[in-house]
Write a protein that binds this ligand. Structure first.
Ligand code: 5RP
Length: 243
C-alpha cells in the first residue's frame, strides 16, 4: 500500500473523529478494516483531553475488539444496547455512491458492522478517495458481500442467480485458510456480482436478498450520515446524505 493511500486514510479518519466525536460521548461504535485503525489511533491521542477513559467502545468483530483492548479503552458489546444508544459509530467502506449508499464487508465483518451502525445516532464513514463512485458495483467489482449460514450456501447461491446475479463466489481463505472464510459469527461470505447498482435500486435489492432463507445480512448499507474521503493531495473531502 502506498504511503499516499495510508496518509489519505489517516487524514480522513482523524478529521471524521475530530468533527463527529461528541464532547460528552458515552458509547462509541468502532468499525473494521485498515482505515478504522486510524480512527482508533486518533481516539487514543484524544484519550486524556476528551476524557475517553470513561467512554465505552463497541466493536464490530475480532479486529476492532483487539484495537479497543490494545489501546486501553473500555470494551462494550452490541447486546448491551438499543438503537440510538451509541453516540456515533465510525467505519470504513469498500465503495460509496453519491447518495451515500455503500458496499461493506470486504473484511467479512458486515453483519456486526450493520448491527453497530444501527445502534448509533450517527454513522460516519471513513475511506480513501478510491472508494468514491457514482454507482455501487463500478469500483468495487468483486461483488456485494453477503453473509450466509454455512449449511444454506448452495441454496442461497441458486436463489441469488434466480434474482439476476451474474456471478456468485464463496469467499475462500486462500493461503491463510483452506476452505471458506468463516466470519466472526461462524458463517460464510458469498461475493455476489449484480453489476452496477443504481442508487435507487440499492434498498430494493437489499430487501430482496434479505428475504432469502439462509441470508444473515447483505453488505449494502444506506444509513451513513456522512463520508470522509482522504484525497491523494492530502486534503479530505466529504459527502453528506442528501435530504
Ligand atoms: C470490513 C469492512 C471494511 O470497513 C471495509 O472493507 C473497508 O476496509 P478498509 O478500510 O481496509 O478499506 O466493511 O467488513
Amino acid at each position: 500500500m502506498s504511503d499516499l493511500i495510508e496518509q489519505a486514510k489517516k487524514f480522513a479518519a482523524y478529521k471524521a473523529v475530530d468533527e463527529h466525536l461528541p464532547k460528552n460521548a458515552k458509547v462509541v461504535g468502532v468499525g473494521s478494516g485498515s482505515t478504522v485503525v486510524y480512527v482508533v489511533e486518533r481516539l487514543a491521542q484524544l484519550k486524556e483531553s476528551h476524557n475517553l477513559s470513561e467512554v465505552v467502545f463497541v466493536p464490530t468483530g475480532f479486529q476492532s475488539k483487539q484495537l479497543i483492548i490494545n489501546n486501553g479503552f473500555r470494551l462494550g458489546s452490541a447486546d448491551q444496547y438499543a438503537p440510538g444508544d451509541l453516540d456515533v459509530a465510525f467505519d470504513g467502506a469498500d465503495e460509496v455512491d453519491d447518495q451515500l449508499n455503500c458496499i461493506k464487508g470486504g473484511g467479512a465483518c458486515l453483519f456486526q458492522e450493520k448491527l453497530v451502525s444501527l445502534l448509533a445516532k450517527k454513522f460516519v464513514l471513513v475511506a480513501d478517495s478510491r472508494k468514491k463512485s457514482q454507482r455501487l458495483g463500478t469500483t468495487w467489482t468483486q461483488g456485494i458481500p453477503i453473509e450466509v449460514v454455512g449449511i444454506a450456501y448452495p441454496k442461497v447461491t441458486a436463489d441469488l442467480k434466480k434474482l439476476g446475479a451474474k456471478k456468485v463466489v464463496l469467499r475462500e481463505g486462500g493461503k491463510a485458510k483452506a476452505g471458506p472464510v468463516v466470519t466472526d459469527n461462524g458463517n460464510f461470505i458469498l461475493d455476489v456480482d449484480f453489476g452496477p447498482v443504481q442508487p435507487e435500486e440499492v434498498v430494493p435489492l437489499h430487501n430482496q436478498i434479505k428475504t432469502l432463507v439462509g441470508v444473515v445480512d447483505t453488505g449494502l448499507f444506506d444509513n451513513a450520515e456522512i463520508a470522509y474521503f482522504g484525497e491523494a493531495d492530502g486534503t479530505v473531502t466529504t459527502r453528506a446524505k442528501k435530504v
